[in-house]
Each structure stands twice: as C-alpha cells, then as structure tokens.
Design a protein around this ligand. Structure first.
Ligand SMILES: [Zn+2]
Length: 692
C-alpha cells in the first residue's frame, strides 16, 4: 500500500483543485426559474430553486455530464412501479412510522426535553431511522401533497430540532449522560455520530426539495457549521475526523450543492482522504472503507454498505472537483464490483460475518447476505457514475439492482422487509434472522433497510431522465410523463406507454414546446440484443445493447419514438469461479431475474432435486398472471427430478459416466423480487441443468 498522502499535501491538493474548479466551472443557465423562494447562491451565481433540484443536484457540478430532473417532473402512471409506489405511501411509510414510535425512536428526542420518562431505546444510530423515514416522506411529497403526512412530519421535525444544543450538536444518543463520549476516536470509529448527521442532512434535503421547508436542513447545517467545522478537520487547532460508517461524505457534498458553501465539499474531501493523525487498526480500515486516501482503494472489501456509501461520496467528490485519481479508483472498484463481487440480482456483500464482501467470486446463494441497503448503495453509486459519464453500463447496474435485489427487500403488501436477500432458501435449514423465524419482518432493531427501500421507491421518478448540454436522456422505462425543460429552457413533455418489464415495446411521444434541434438519448439495456427503434415509423439504425442511442434531429411536438426491446427469456451462467453456481443456470427475462419457489411446482417436486433440461429446441413459455403476486409474468420450462432409488442408497459409490436418472417435470419460475410472499417454502435462483 502506498504511503498515505500527508495532511499537508492533501491541503495543497485541495487548494489546487479548488482553483482549477473555479476556472472550468461551466456557465449553465437554467431559464426555467418559476419559483419565488429558496434560491441559493451556488458557486458562480447560478442557482436552482428547491422545486427544481433532483435526487442529487448536479446542475452546477462541473464534472457532471448529466443533470437530474426533480422527482416532481416525472409522473409514474398505472404500470409496474405505480403499484409499488402506491403501496409505499399507503402502507409502508405509515406502518413504519407506527413501528418507529412503538420502538421509542421519537421518544429518544422527547426524552431530552422532558416530554417522556422513557429510557433511550435502540442502538446508537437510532436517530438515523427517523431521518431516513423523513427522507422517504420528502420525496413522496413531490408526487402528492398528502397534507396529513406533511403535518405529521412537520411536527416530528419540530420535535427533532427542539433538542439541538446551542453549539449545534444534535444526536440523542450522545446528549445528556453520554456527552463525554462524543467524537472520541473510538466513537468516531464505531459510534455513527457522523453517519447520523449524514442521514439527517439527506433526509433534510429530501424534505426541503419536497416542501421548501428548510427547518431540518438549517438544523443540520447548524451542526456542521457550529459543531463540526470549527472543531474537526485538518487545521492545527482542529481534532481528527474519520468516517466510521461512510454516509457523511455524500451528505456534505449534497449540502454544498444546495447552499454553495465550499467548506462542506472540502470537509467531505478531507474525510475521504482519511486523517493520518490517528492510528487505525488495518482491519478497521478495511471494514470501514475509510481511513486511507480513497484513491488508494483497489478492491471492494469490508462492510458492504460502508463501501457502497464511500463510493457514493467519492463519486460526488469527483463530480465537483474532477480529481482524476478519484475517477480512476472509482472505475477500478466498479470493475471489481461487476466482474467479481455482484450477485445477479444486483445485491452485494456475500458474507453475514461483518456484513461484508467476500473473496473474489465468493457468491454463495443460501448463505448470501445481500443486505437491502447494500443493493440500494449500489444503485446510488451507479447513479453518480452515470451522471459523471453518461455511460449506459452504469444504468444497467441500476436497473439490475432496482428490479431485483432492492425490489425483493419489501413484501408485496409493503409491510414487511428483507434485511438479507439470499438467492436460495430452504425453511428447513433457516435458523431465523436476528431473533425472528421469518426472512421478512416488519421491524428490525437495526432498522436501516425498511426506510432505505421506502426512500428509494419514493424518489424513483427522479431516476427516469437526465438532461445534458445537448439534450435529454431516458434511463428507465415505464408508463410515465415527464414535464420539464431542456437546458436551454425549452419546455418539453415526454410520454411513455409500455407494459415494461413484461413486454418490450415502449412508445415514446416527444413534445417540445416548439420544434427544436436536440439529441434524445434512449437507453438500450445491455440484455437487449436485437433492439430496434423507429422515429415516426421510420427505422432508426445504430441501437447497440448497453449503450444510449443518440438521436439528433429537429424534434417537433408529437414526434413518436417506438422502441422494441426483445423480451426473451435467457438462461445465464456465471463465471465458473463462482463455485456454487457451477453447472447451474439462472433465468432472466428483460431486467427481471427469475427464481423457482417450491409452492409453484407439482406436489411431488422438491426444489433441491430439480434440474432444468436444456437443448436447442427446449423453450420457455411465458404467461402473464394478473392475479398472482400482484400481477407477474410466470415462465415454464421442462426439467427433471433426480431419481434417488432408495433412502438406503449409499452416501458414496463409484462414479458413473451414465447420465443421472431423472423423471420429467414441468418447472415454473416467478420473478425473484416476489419471492417469500406466500407460505414459507424453498426458493432458488440457480438451478442445475442437464443437456438433452
Ligand atoms: Zn440495511
């Protein structure tokens, strides 16, 4: 490992990159400024009102090729995601609020102002549960005003900020009797103070972008301004600061994007650099994904959510500074992710022990950890890589994680959640998880995943489109309407009509306010071999899987683009180094990964004994079932059940070259995300195959 850059060298580097950044900052001008409040001066004087800021606000990021659109600009209509999003606001967000109350998460705040005598409850990062829930509400309020939810959340925010100390400090675990523990090296490594502040800022920014109410954001900024910045950082009179659980980095940079205050970016950069005044156990440097300069990282390791959030912060730092060492490291880590560490469902973090990445290709199925938060972190990181590059390979990862490893994390009725997302499951061999006999639960004492999934679904419209200097990008397909503007201010509407992901036809209507020359970039998913596109009925050549097809023309109101993505079922093999998947295949149709659940198979078919029969002529049949699992496409394929002649058969016998004996069976596959929504039964994504 290289010797860490010294603190002094880091500071001089920051000075240089700051100066360079100011020089190259492009003069983006948004003319569509219709709001009357909430303007902030960002860097060069260009600013976006709160209504116009995306999930991340890269409007002024000098190294962003793509700029997000606000959640409110996209209306997701009746289709695949509308069901999830309706459940999210009608069931998930309200039921989780009840759980948060019942488990004392708000009483932790009330306790400090004498409103309750309840003791502190939950782990030291419990405040973040409230902030992530507020995060989910903030985005949801962009899609629908929901006055009652707004009132409830406003009053929670008032109870949160009421406990802020005059010096700006706000963390219920470290107030009153635990003041002396604050920000010690031990607590910075394990205590999550900066993690909670990060979630406070993210929740506050979501709420600000949803409502224009800056109460929580102002409180978060006060903690940074009055408590963190004066006391922690590289200066002679400041104490060391590290990120025991990355999160603060991306939150500080988002606060910088919103307020224009450059110290936030510089502090994030310093934390990403690591603080060499403290000696940190090398194992913890691996586990925390913090403590050495981020650009020295060459592989994903340690705690998966920490690593993903660190990559998000580092990508944000690159978007603002253009630091090439960061971009190089991020791409090296991304290659490691996609070549050696990512599950087929977009999940990451194979090991339950330390919730960590395993060795390269260590991707067990039943033992997979695959925390919902890690898949979400993966999506968030790739969203930032996409903003920096405009490359569709990053969108492919977003789609893979979103439809599968994230979507599996919430039950179809929206009230129970997976913390782990295994790729094989047998109730007979399941020892329960964190004290519960179930894989899906309404509550975990470490309840990071439920509100994380909720905020992902409520912010989802913000991931559909981006603008760029030359036009517009479409990333995701579903029935929806975009009502926004090009970067030159020309108002534009885009409508999508589709049955995606069950069918591959997408009809897109492009309606600029007036005829306009611009480039429309349509994403051709990496799996879509043979995709075709037509503009006003005329074939448009050049569609390549895993790229955006750039169509530059004079677009007129009502122009239509038809996209045909071949929704064919494919069997997928893994790299043979993934030991558990050798001799097995998984089934994918479009962006959806399928699995088998035992409940869908014939009575005599035990999942542990099945194989899929592959030949040139064997084909899948597909069938849309509106009444099954909220409406899913089901796949069928011929297979077999391994015959075991008798229970008395020897455990070991001379190997035979004859093919294993099987009896035929029809196999039924459902989308992986919908597993574990009926009675507990065996499930598997990877199935042995026999050639016939
Ligand atoms: Zn989690």
């Amino acid at each position: 490992m290289h010797k860490a850059l010294s603190r002094r060298r880091f500071l001089s580097n920051v000075g240089r990159s700051t100066a360079a950044t100011v020089l190259v900052r492009p003069a983006l001008s948004f003319t569509h400024m219709n709001s009357v409040s909430g303007f902030f001066d960002v860097g060069d004087g260009t600013s976006l009102s709160w209504q116009d800021q995306g999930v991340i606000n890269t409007a002024n990021s000098p190294y962003a090729k793509l700029h997000g659109v606000p959640v409110r600009a996209v209306t997701i209509e009746e289709g695949f995601w509308s069901k999830r999003r309706k459940t999210n606001v009608e069931r998930s967000i309200p039921t989780l609020r009840v759980e948060l109350e019942e488990h004392g998460r708000m009483d932790n705040f009330r306790r400090l102002v004498g409103k309750t005598k309840e003791p502190q409850k939950g782990p030291y990062f419990s405040d973040s549960d409230i902030y992530k829930w507020i995060d989910a509400v903030g985005w949801a309020l962009q899609s629908d005003a929901m006055p009652e939810l707004r009132r409830t959340t406003d009053s929670m925010i008032r109870e949160v900020v009421a406990v802020q100390e005059p010096n700006g400090y706000l963390n219920t675990y470290y107030q009153n009797d635990r003041v002396s523990l604050r920000m010690s090296q031990h607590d910075q490594e394990v205590g999550h103070e900066m993690y909670c502040l990060g979630h406070m800022l993210q929740g506050a920014l979501a709420y600000y972008r949803g409502t224009g109410d800056s109460t929580l954001m102002d409180a978060g900024a006060r903690m940074v301004d009055n408590f963190v910045l004066p006391n922690y950082g590289p200066g002679q009179n400041q104490k060391p600061i590290i990120s025991g659980h990355p999160e603060i980095e991306m939150a500080l940079i988002e606060l910088y994007r919103t307020t224009g205050k450059r110290q936030y970016l510089e502090l994030a950069g310093y934390i990403l650099h690591g603080d060499d005044r403290w000696t940190i156990d090398p194992e913890r440097i691996v586990y925390m994904f913090c403590g050495i300069p981020f650009p020295q990282r060459t592989k994903l390791e340690g705690h998966a959510v920490r690593a993903m959030y660190a990559c998000c912060g580092a990508a944000d730092y690159y978007l603002e500074t253009g630091d090439q060492a960061y971009w190089k490291a991020l791409n090296t880590l991304w290659e490691d992710l996609t070549r050696r560490q990512m599950y087929i469902n977009g999940g990451v973090g194979a090991r339950a022990q330390w919730e960590a990445f395993g060795a390269p290709y260590e991707l067990p199925n039943a033992q997979a950890y695959g925390e919902s938060c890690a898949a979400i972190g993966n999506m968030m990181w790739n969203w930032r890589m996409l903003a920096a590059s405009g490359e569709a390979k990053f969108t492919d990862v977003i789609e893979r994680a979103l439809y599968n490893g994230i979507n599996s994390g919430m039950s179809l009725d929206g009230t129970t959640y997976c913390y782990r997302n295994p790729l094989a499951f047998d109730p007979a061999h399941f020892d329960g998880f964190r004290g519960s006999p179930n894989i899906r639960n309404p509550w975990y004492d470490v309840t990071c995943c439920p509100p994380n999934i909720e905020r992902t679904f409520s912010s989802l419209p913000g991931y559909f489109y981006s603008t760029s200097k030359d036009g517009l990008y479409v990333h995701l397909y579903d029935n929806s309407t975009l009502d926004w503007h090009l970067e030159d201010g020309t108002p534009i509407k885009i409508q999508q009509k589709t049955s995606y992901p069950w069918e591959g036809a997408v009809k897109v209507t492009v309606t600029p306010a007036e005829p306009k020359d611009f480039t429309f970039h349509l994403r051709i998913p990496g799996w879509a071999n043979g995709a075709s596109i037509a503009v006003n009925g005329k074939p448009e050549p050049g569609a390549k899987p895993g790229e955006y097809l750039a169509i530059r023309r004079n677009w007129k109101p009502g122009d239509s683009v038809t996209l045909n993505l071949p929704m064919e079922t494919e069997v997928v093999a893994s790299n043979p180094r993934v030991a558990e998947d050798r001799g097995k295949v998984a089934v994918r149709r479009g962006p959806v990964i399928f699995c088998m659940e035992e409940v869908d198979q014939a009575k005599s078919v035990a999942l542990a004994d099945v194989s899929i029969s592959l030949s040139q002529s064997a084909k899948f049949t597909s069938e849309y079932k509106p009444d099954l699992l909220g409406g899913v496409t089901v796949l069928h394929h011929g297979g077999g059940v391994f015959e075991v002649s008798s229970a008395e058969e020897a455990l070991y016998a001379p190997a035979s070259l004859a093919p294993a004996k099987t009896r035929p069976a029809e196999l039924t596959f459902i989308p992986y995300y919908a597993w574990a929504n009926r009675q507990p039964c065996a499930m598997q994504v990877w199935t042995p195959y026999v050639r016939t």
